[in-house]
Design a protein around this ligand. Structure first.
Ligand code: PMP
Length: 305
């Protein structure tokens, strides 16, 4: 990733990709306190457009607020910077990664005096969970690792430290040949994937876990809104893993994963074992929205200019 052409917005300036470096004593590298975002830009008839830029930027600032990291830039600057990196890297579509981290002024756990830095990179990134996954669905296994408890980590923040738990879960199941992990909360209820929210369909209703221990996904919120517009009832509630086994359909949502059907959990086939009709309908509407073909949600898109 480091050795390539392009530019990265780094503390207010566009820096050549290979020179966007930071010191090995950077505090965040040692203790894991940092916050970040992941956004996608899609190709529309009017050019590249970032999906839900405002909401992702709000979540980034909320994450920093939760961790008491003082953002050195205002939201307008960070939003413009995200548009600029897409534009200046000549991307028609791609993934955008803003990250907020502490500087290298001191070691030790007191972070109050450290500088706060912001970097934003963007690159071309295709389907996250495998080339055909959006159509064929994926095989998922419940991880032995529990999702963060609300009083162990801050579940509303998208923080660097959260992802060690995600990586442990993902690598555990990937080594057994599955595409993605499902994590349960500390009481054993379904929480989310390693980098996705989860939905199931049963008798025409969409169910998703409440927001206690999963990330407040922006794709999740978009899918709920689209489902309600289609007249599909949506219920947020505690879900058990055997409810997923017996669901008619299941899918993951996320910026990277978009809407990925789940065809199997813990070796139990879900529904027909392939992308189900409601998943197909929601996926198709979602892609029409993100690509600007359906203008009902044009406010979700920000043209990079
Ligand atoms: N949960 C986790 C743990 C994630 O990493 C992500 C990806 N950001 C999501 C859910 C989905 O969030 P969003 O739809 O905002 O990308």
């Amino acid at each position: 990733m480091a050795d390539r052409d392009g530019v990265i917005w780094y503390d207010g300036e566009m820096v050549p990709w290979r020179e966007a470096n930071t010191h090995v004593l950077t505090h965040t590298l040692h203790y894991g306190m940092g916050v970040f975002e992941g956004l996608r830009a899609y190709e529309t008839a009017q050019g590249a457009a970032i999906f839900r830029l405002r909401e992702h930027t709000d979540r980034l600032f909320n994450s920093a607020h939760i961790f008491m990291m003082k953002m050195p830039y205002d939201k307008a600057t960070v939003m413009q910077a995200q548009c600029d990196v897409v534009k200046q890297n000549n991307l028609t579509s791609g993934y955008i990664r803003p990250i907020v981290f502490y500087g290298s002024e001191a070691m030790g756990l007191s972070a109050r005096t450290l500088s706060v830095h912001v970097a934003i990179a963007a690159w071309s990134w295709g389907t996250y969970l495998g080339a055909d996954s959006l159509e064929t669905g994926i095989r998922v296994k419940t991880s032995s690792f529990t999702r963060h408890h609300v009083n162990i980590n801050m579940c509303r923040a998208k923080s660097v430290t959260t992802y060690a738990n995600s990586i442990l879960a993902h690598q555990e199941v990937a080594l057994c040949g599955y595409n993605e992990a499902l994590l349960l909360d500390s009481e054993g209820y379904v929480a989310e994937g390693s980098g996705e929210n989860i939905f199931i369909v049963k008798h025409g209703t969409l169910y998703t876990p409440d927001l206690t221990s999963c990330l407040e996904g922006i794709t999740r919120a978009s899918v709920i809104e689209l489902a309600l517009e289609l007249g599909i009832p949506v219920t947020e509630k505690r879900i058990t893993r055997d409810e997923v086994y017996c669901a008619d359909e299941a899918f993951f949502t996320g910026t990277a994963a978009e809407i990925t059907p789940i065809c199997e959990l813990d070796n139990r086939t879900i529904g027909g074992g392939k992308r189900g009709p409601l998943t197909t309908q929601l996926q198709s509407l979602f892609f029409d929205c993100v690509k600007g073909k359906n203008t009902d949600h044009s406010d979700w898109l920000t043209l990079v200019g």
